[in-house]
Design a protein around this ligand. Structure first.
Ligand code: CA
Length: 399
């Protein structure tokens, strides 16, 4: 069993100006990090994580799961320290999902809502459990998968690197078979592209590089509402393979040879350069592989949302005025607890029937899963009542 082809790609998407995702393609070590925080903080957090993967070799001799634990704890320490001492990036955090292939096994280390999948025999199997608010609510049975998909707080994660001096890292180890394909990705892929479409792209693409490009393209076609990052690697048999792609992201670099190492570490983690259109090598088929093109599901969802919204407006009319006096408790993209005015319904990402009225300094991740489930029940209450519900946790959290 050996590592075959591998590929990685990241893209800001069509809505966000910055790309806060980073990936590591350093075979047999792979990772995806999805940073968050205002201004450039998210980028700082995800790149500090990638740098730890590149630089932290103290753990090289440890068994795979301990090695991943040690690297991720090191990344967490670096982000936490930086956030604590640099007010420009205070409150930053990042997810990380990492994979290490050793012998016949792939070991995963995971914090947050980026995911790892194994593709075998035409099936996509999710290997990581999301550390997110909606995943909590689904596990406790208070949300169906369909409700989770449209939930206003679906991007709120309950565990991240950088928020505490220590982080609880999930590790899991799975056996591999020849032909297994592994996918690491940020939620910018999984919220925009259905599992079946991911599978379709992976099976039709002539190479993993093409597959990575197609996955990013599909996320953008589906709306591109978030940064999207994918890392792919395949497990081969022991017989020599014609070509082993070694870290195109690292190998391409910025053409400056061995200039300042840290700078290289950061710049090399930039997206792999796409070849110009028409730059395919003659040996590759110049015709796009035929695959059923599905109508992007986002279009359907938007249509239904528009119809639903029209009905709501027709039926309720002036009642909407009454809803403006309704408030509920949720959390924003940074994870802060927020009192919203309106109703917890998203027409689409970023356009909802609610607006922020009060942002607490307390983070959703500081609450226990039970507390979160109770607080984010979306019960419509008065502003005073909503503030009082938040104040309980603020009193506990303030030193
Ligand atoms: Ca994201």
């Amino acid at each position: 069993m050996r590592l075959g082809e591998s590929a990685g790609r990241t893209d800001p998407g069509r809505v966000r100006r910055r790309n806060e995702d980073t990936f590591v393609l350093d075979p047999p070590l792979f990772a995806v990090a999805d940073g968050m925080g205002g201004a450039q903080a998210g980028e700082v957090a995800s790149r500090l994580t990638a740098a730890a993967f590149r630089e932290y070799h103290e753990a090289d001799e440890l068994p795979p799961n301990e090695r991943l634990q040690a690297i991720i704890q090191e990344a967490n320490r670096r982000i936490y320290e930086r956030a604590r001492t640099d007010s420009d990036v205070s409150g930053m955090g990042t997810t990380v999902t990492a994979a290490l292939l050793t012998g016949g096994r792939v070991t995963l280390g995971h914090v947050g809502d980026s995911r790892a999948y194994r593709i075998r025999d035409g099936e996509l199997e999710q290997l990581t459990e999301d550390h997110s608010l909606v995943a909590d609510l689904m596990r406790s049975g208070s949300l169906t998968p369909e409700e989770a998909e449209a939930h206003p707080q679906r991007s709120v994660i309950t565990r991240a690197l950088g928020t505490d001096p220590e982080v609880d890292v999930d590790t899991v180890s799975v056996e591999t078979e020849v032909g297994d394909l592994f996918l690491l990705c940020s939620d910018g892929l999984t919220t925009m592209v259905a599992d079946d479409d991911i599978l379709g792209i992976l099976s039709a693409a002539p190479s993993l590089d093409d597959a990575a490009k197609e996955l990013v393209r599909a996320a953008n076609t589906g709306g591109g509402e978030d940064n999207v990052t994918v890392v792919l690697f395949r497990v081969e048999g022991d017989e020599p393979v014609e070509e082993t792609l070694v870290a195109p992201a690292l190998a391409e670099g910025n053409g400056q040879g061995d200039a300042d190492e840290l700078e290289d570490t950061l710049t090399n983690l930039q997206p792999v350069q796409a070849p110009p259109p028409g730059a395919r090598t003659p040996t590759q088929p110049s015709v796009e592989p035929a695959r059923p093109r599905r109508k992007p599901r986002w279009g359907r969802r938007l249509l239904w949302a528009a119809i639903a919204l029209g009905l709501v407006a027709l039926l309720l009319g002036g009642a909407l005025v009454g809803l403006s006096r309704a408030y509920f408790v949720g959390a924003d993209e940074q994870g802060n607890i927020v009192v919203y005015q309106g109703v917890p319904f998203d027409i689409r990402d970023g356009v909802g029937l609610y607006r922020e009225r009060y942002v607490s300094r307390v983070l959703a991740s500081q609450l226990s899963p039970e507390e979160r489930a109770a607080l984010f029940d979306h019960e419509l209450v008065s502003y005073e009542r909503a503030r009082a519900r938040v104040a309980v946790y603020e009193a506990e959290a303030v030193p």
